[in-house]
Design a protein. Structure first.
Lengths: 453, 326
């Protein structure tokens, strides 16, 4: 007989929850209150799950800094990126703290648009700067070697796959698969009505389709430009990679590929519509959570596929302080709070390990709690991220930094245009050869227009 | 203006002579001034600033490379269109594609919306039980936020995995439905735009229908006109003015539509759904190339003015030729 909870049960539950919350509060808390720092902070953030978690924990920040008024603006990636870029580059001063990526950090520092956060952060021993993976510190630093954005969470790329489907089909995923093997698995597992062999991004945009595509081009020994900034998109290696990626999607991918970005692919995987998914490692934390992913128990993790080299990918979302801010002290306090070790513990205690900003600090991967939660992938992700070097993307030398993008500020236009064209191939409206010819011409024109060639 | 002068001449005070009239027109000018100043501030100053910016090669990310290049941005854009049209070269700045798409989206949406709007208006202009509910339901798409509407179309309707349309196809054993946004991207955008704008046309045409004297219709019916004859000989001619208004307003609004494109296809695949405003956004806002973006904007304004003048004149001629100044 189900009579539901009676009043006494309810009281017990409520008080138990209160005690848990209180302990969690003291555990995860950044020492005592700091009322002397004050000001109104406008923070613009990308609406990725890790930032949404931060939004939930904002009251904890207010407890520590009662005199700071915190205004969080959390918007989808494409939208907030544009607003942040415009705000920073025109020095409009709408925001004090913004999330920026590895793509922008060095350029903003060069233009003097963001403040040095490394010096004040390293002054605090508790912050433990040495704990942050060096690849991020160097990629987010300016030419003067100072850190201009504090990494919040970081990612590389990896393969997610459905162990149950592999088992039924009698397939075994190797620890370090090659792209050829991935294609073989995709072929064997693909069902026209789902689950599809593999889901991949093909939504136009340099940061959407552009990221996995570029990582595949790198793996096949291709590159975007040679040392004279001549387009290499039509080189045999790059062309082979582009054809491989588009063919893989056309033959064994999801039909909605050209409108699929990270979020759409993740949804397809969670809904059981994908046998494999190649994307950012940051999805692993969520995919391992049974409350967020019904396939959690059957989700396997594998190294990013190799061909000639690994499919390079390194990204971090980081907090930068805009130069024009009137509340520098408050802004730094926020950045320190959000990127500290204590914050990781705070998220773990309040929201669970599945929502911690991972991929940035070695201590996260040493934490027994995280190790237990992320048993299936913690070591794997750690080894993938540590193997990435943003200065060495390709087998051949290139005049730019960055793994899954060309690290110059004007790349946005080129990346958008190229991915649009290739989406047309995935849609089946254009042949890969025609599209490669077109993007090659576009890339050369772009290099001329921007003074590289 | 004509209304004002008619009112002043009709008022008894006009007998006091010319001085008054002049004083009134001075006051009139002052009363107009705030609106005029406002219009100048919000339209002309930005326009001239855009003209100024369009003479620079200027990427916001590279301020130190900003340089005045005169009319080079215009020359580049026009040359790219010319080369791609005449010599089959790659449409390097997507400018030609954007012009073509803008024309397609606008014309197709206005025409289809007008036809559907006319049918809807004719429907709800008749008395039948539940008319109010039907009318409200028909208007609803226009009241839905464009971004939310586009997301609904993308994820709830046109998605090949979770979409309603695909489900209908499969339920009727027609096999898998098309992948709308990949195989028919232009048509899909037009469908979304028509969904949004047909109700708008319906509202305008409904107002037109209700302005038709019921006695005229009744007389026609007494004379034995069929429903179709009534519609064709009475309703339609009386609606031409309203259709002109709908087409004009619709064109002005639909030319600027970007929400559906931004939320669903991001201008792709290829350049199939990149229209002019989206290209300007992509160039100036996302790509930070404000110089070229401004030049595109200026060309768009010039083209729009030419197209509008042409459109209005031909509509006028059409109306005068067929129905005189009714």
């Amino acid at each position: 007989m189900d009579r539901g909870l009676n009043r006494r049960d309810m009281m017990k539950l409520v008080s138990a929850a209160g005690v848990t919350a209180a302990t969690a509060g003291t555990l995860g808390h950044v020492a005592a209150q700091t009322p002397e720092i004050s000001g109104e902070l406008n923070v613009a953030m990308v609406a990725n799950p890790q930032m949404v978690a931060l939004q939930k924990l904002a009251p904890e920040f207010q407890k520590a800094y009662p005199n700071i008024t915190l205004n969080l603006l959390v918007l989808p990636e494409n939208e907030v990126r544009d607003r942040i870029r415009t705000d920073v580059s025109t020095q409009a001063g709408q925001f004090d703290v913004v999330t920026i990526g590895m793509f922008e950090a060095a350029d903003y520092a060069l233009q003097g648009w963001t403040l040095d956060v490394g010096t004040p952060l390293s002054a605090d021993d508790n912050y433990d700067m040495a704990d942050i993976f060096p690849a991020f510190v160097s990629a987010l630093s300016g030419e003067d070697g100072k850190l201009y954005a504090a990494p919040f969470y970081g990612e590389s790329s990896m393969i997610y796959y459905r162990t149950d489907l592999f088992e039924t089909a009698g397939l075994t995923m190797p620890d370090k698969p090659t792209w050829d093997e991935i294609e073989g698995f995709a072929k064997a597992l693909h069902q026209p009505d789902g689950p599809y062999g593999i889901v991949l991004r093909a939504l136009p945009g340099w940061g959407e389709f552009g990221a996995p595509l570029t990582s595949v081009i790198n793996a096949f020994g291709g590159r975007w430009f040679d040392m004279d900034w001549k387009s290499q998109l039509a080189s045999p290696e790059s062309a082979a990679a582009i054809k491989f990626y588009t063919d893989l999607l056309i033959n064994y991918g999801q039909p909605s590929a050209t409108t699929s970005g990270f979020t759409e692919c993740e949804n397809l995987f969670i809904q059981g519509k994908a046998a494999m998914w190649y994307d950012a490692t940051s999805a692993a934390d969520l995919l391992a959570d049974p409350s967020l992913n019904p396939q959690a128990a059957n989700t396997g993790f594998a190294y990013q596929p190799m061909e000639k080299i690994g499919s390079g990918w390194l990204w971090a979302w980081a907090f930068a302080v805009e130069k024009g801010t009137e509340h520098e002290e408050a802004a730094l306090a926020f950045v320190k709070w959000a990127t500290s070790k204590d914050y990781v513990q705070l998220v773990a205690s309040q929201l669970g390990w599945g929502q911690v900003p991972s991929g940035v600090r070695a201590s996260t991967y040493a934490d027994p709690g995280y190790k237990e939660y992320a048993a299936g992938f913690a070591d794997l992700v750690l080894s993938i991220i540590q193997a990435q070097d943003p200065t060495k993307c390709c087998t051949e030398p290139v005049p730019y930094k960055g793994l899954q993008f060309v690290g110059v500020p004007e790349f946005v236009t080129l990346g958008d245009q190229v991915t649009k064209e290739l989406a047309n191939v995935v849609a089946g409206n254009e042949s890969a050869d025609d599209a490669i010819e077109t993007i090659d011409a576009i890339a050369n024109q772009w290099a001329q227009d921007n003074g590289y060639q | 203006m004509s209304t004002t002068s008619r009112m002043t001449s009709a008022s008894p005070r006009s007998a006091r002579g010319k001085g008054d009239a002049r004083r009134y027109s001075t006051i009139g000018r002052w009363l107009v001034a705030p609106a005029l100043v406002y219009a100048i501030i919000v339209t002309q100053i930005p326009f001239f600033y855009a003209l100024y910016i369009s003479t620079f090669r200027w990427n916001l990310m590279q301020p130190q490379r900003k340089e005045n290049v005169g009319l080079q941005n215009y020359r580049d854009l026009i040359a790219s269109v010319k080369d791609s049209v005449l010599h089959g070269a790659v449409d390097i700045y997507q400018f030609r594609a954007a012009i073509v798409n803008s024309v397609i989206f606008t014309v197709a949406t206005v025409v289809v919306s007008l036809v559907l709007g006319l049918l809807f208006a004719e429907l709800v202009n008749r008395r039948f039980p539940g008319r109010n509910i039907v009318r409200t339901m028909l208007i609803t798409p226009f009241l839905v936020m464009p971004v939310a509407g586009a997301l609904g179309w993308k994820n709830l309707m046109m998605d090949p995995d979770f979409g309603v349309i695909d489900w209908v196809f499969r339920t009727l054993h027609l096999g898998d439905g098309p992948v709308w946004l990949a195989q028919y991207p232009r048509q899909s955008i037009v469908i979304m735009l028509v969904w949004r704008w047909a109700p708008f046309m319906m509202l305008i045409l409904l107002a037109g229908m209700q302005s038709i004297d019921e006695e005229v219709r009744e007389a026609a019916r007494v004379d034995g006109a069929t429903l179709w004859q009534e519609f064709y000989t009475i309703t339609l001619p009386n609606l031409y003015r309203f259709m002109q208004l709908g087409a004009l307003l619709g064109t002005v609004y639909i030319v600027q539509e970007t929400d559906a494109i931004f939320m669903t296809t991001q201008g792709g695949p290829g350049t199939l759904t990149t229209n002019l405003p989206y290209l300007v956004y992509e160039t100036a806002v996302r790509g930070s190339q404000v110089g070229r973006g401004a030049a595109m904007g200026v060309i768009v304004v010039a083209l729009t003015i030419v197209a509008m003048t042409f459109l209005l004149r031909s509509l006028d001629r059409m109306l005068q030729g067929q129905y005189g100044d009714a």
